[in-house]
Design a protein around this ligand. Structure first.
Ligand code: IPE
Ligand code: IPE
Ligand code: MG
Length: 254
């Protein structure tokens, strides 16, 4: 089972357009798919689920659509947190939160605080998130905290300052909606993640679709630069040399 699944929830607009509905109807149905994905992840023992809800580039959309997305985000924080808390889900919101209004920021802080001790699943929502923003903000934060690193630093110096430092790197990446691109999602953290793309639009993504993605993941051999022979050898003698799949928490330079 992948420990960490990261998803670009794409295709809401096209789901709606195909039904002669306004695009926002697709976003509304997308919220149901989020609930289902959370439930199915908990059921399957996934430990971290990370969802791309709004990218730093999505501000370019028509203002009415941006405003509906903000309203849905706010509704989710107002209405879903109690249920998430009851199911043992810890909620994290990552991204450039300074762009959100005070009410939204307050709701985010309260939701994170309320669910902070939950351990069943860590649900991370990426909102106003961009992979490039993340690398820049992490570098700035690192240099502010440790000015002596200005002369030179490595991956393990930067890693604790990245927005996803609370989670191991994703094992499985899923993008719905048929596009085969990363769209500035977790560009640092996806370096060795198994990628899975499906034509299914996000509102239609259900537990069965998640199982298909997980089945595809389980057929892959994660080599992390090694040869297939080395990986199989390491599996036979796990005590001396843990297989690379057990080492996702470790950074490449660790
Ligand atoms: C993903 O669906 C949701 C967000 C980006 C917020 P889209 O709205 O991108 O749907 P398509 O790609 O236009 O179908
Ligand atoms: C990526 O989807 C962002 C989210 C799902 C939140 P987009 O639909 O915005 O991606 P592009 O612009 O088509 O690559
Ligand atoms: Mg899209």
């Amino acid at each position: 089972m992948p420990r960490h699944v990261a998803i670009i929830m794409d295709g809401n607009g096209r789901w709606a357009t195909r039904r002669y509905l306004p695009r926002v109807a697709g976003h509304q149905r997308g919220v149901d798919a989020v609930r289902e994905a959370v439930r199915a992840s908990v059921e399957r023992g996934v430990e971290y689920l990370t969802l791309f809800a709004f990218s730093s580039e999505n501000w370019r959309r028509p203002p009415e659509e941006v405003s509906v997305l903000m309203q849905l985000f706010r509704l989710m924080l107002e209405q879903e947190v109690a249920k998430l808390h009851a199911s043992g889900v810890r909620l994290r919101i990552v991204g450039d939160l300074a762009a959100f209004d005070g009410v939204l920021r307050e709701l985010i802080a309260r939701a994170e605080e309320k669910t902070a001790k939950n351990t069943k699943l860590v649900l991370t929502i990426c909102a106003n998130y961009g992979g490039r923003w993340d690398i820049i903000q992490a570098t700035r934060a690192m240099l502010a905290a440790r000015p002596e690193l200005a002369g030179g630093f490595g991956e393990s110096d930067l890693a604790p300052f990245l927005a996803m430092a609370h989670a191991p790197e994703p094992d499985l990446f899923i993008r719905t909606g048929g596009e085969t691109r990363i769209s500035n999602f977790l560009i640092w953290q996806l370096a060795y993640t198994e990628l899975y793309f499906t034509e299914t639009f996000w509102p239609d993504f259900d537990a069965r679709e998640l199982d298909l993605a997980i089945a595809s993941y389980r057929r892959r051999e994660r080599r992390f630069g090694r040869t297939s022979e080395q990986v199989r050898e390491a599996r036979r003698a796990p005590a001396d040399d843990p297989p690379p799949t057990a080492r996702v928490d470790q950074r490449a330079d660790a």
